[in-house]
Write a protein that binds this ligand. Structure first.
Ligand SMILES: Cc1cc2nc3c(=O)[nH]c(=O)nc-3n(C[C@H](O)[C@H](O)[C@H](O)COP(=O)(O)O)c2cc1C
Length: 193
């Protein structure tokens, strides 16, 4: 791949949301393993590799759906909304695979926690780009139970770890359009001398 092709891949990457995926059409586990391998090649301070992924597919998607919707029901209290419950129960079944994104806090406490989170975010970008390269769709969601302490243990995470959300993967039924960005010049300051 040359630089122009890489530029094109990066700029073509779009989030593809659950209702845009082809329900029931499976992605090969072997491809998901390649995508995860790319995630593991992300930069990380201190070579601690602070990511932990839990992959749901097949009947596993139903387990995730039940877990997250029931946890929401238990903890929402008077904020409970039927539509949120239904989404948490139904959305996982629209994906082929869902990767729960965990940050496992490194033992090397010289590394600030934020850097472990940043490293996992780099890993997620590798997932996004790999999904695009395979012609698949997906997105990172931090909705639902993402930041609930009580959710962590289900994903093999300890108190000091963090659940950073979920990456949905599937075949694309309805491609995303748009994706405009501001000029990067507006977000950049050059100091040349
Ligand atoms: C940390 C993070 C959390 C996100 N969480 C959500 C989410 O909870 N729900 C959602 O619809 N999209 C979520 N997204 C995806 C964004 O909506 C998406 O990246 C944005 O709309 C830009 O579109 P693009 O990815 O196609 O460029 C998240 C993205 C990031 C980086």
């Amino acid at each position: 791949m040359n630089a122009e092709q890489f530029n094109e891949l990066v700029r073509r990457r779009r989030s593809v949301f659950p209702d845009q995926l082809e329900p029931g059409k499976k992605v090969d586990d072997a491809i998901v393993r390649e995508i995860l391998t790319n995630a593991g090649w992300a930069p990380n301070h201190g070579k601690q590799e602070p990511w932990h992924f839990t992959v749901f597919s097949g009947e596993g998607l139903q387990k995730l759906a039940v877990f997250q919707s029931e946890l929401y029901r238990q903890e929402a209290g008077e904020n409970f909304k039927e539509i949120t419950f239904a989404k948490l129960q139904q959305n996982p079944l629209k994906a082929s695979h869902i990767i729960a994104i965990g940050m496992k806090r490194t033992d090397n406490k010289n590394i600030p926690e934020i850097e472990d989170i940043e490293a996992v975010s780099c890993a997620v970008q590798n997932i996004y780009l790999s999904v695009t390269a395979y012609g698949l769709g997906g997105y990172w969601t931090t909705g639902g139970i993402t930041y609930k302490e009580s959710a962590k243990s289900f994903f093999g995470l300890r108190e000091e770890d963090k659940l950073l959300g979920f990456f949905y993967i599937g075949h694309v039924a309805i491609p995303s359009t748009g994706g405009a960005r501001k000029s990067i010049e507006e977000k950049t300051t050059w100091i040349n001398g």
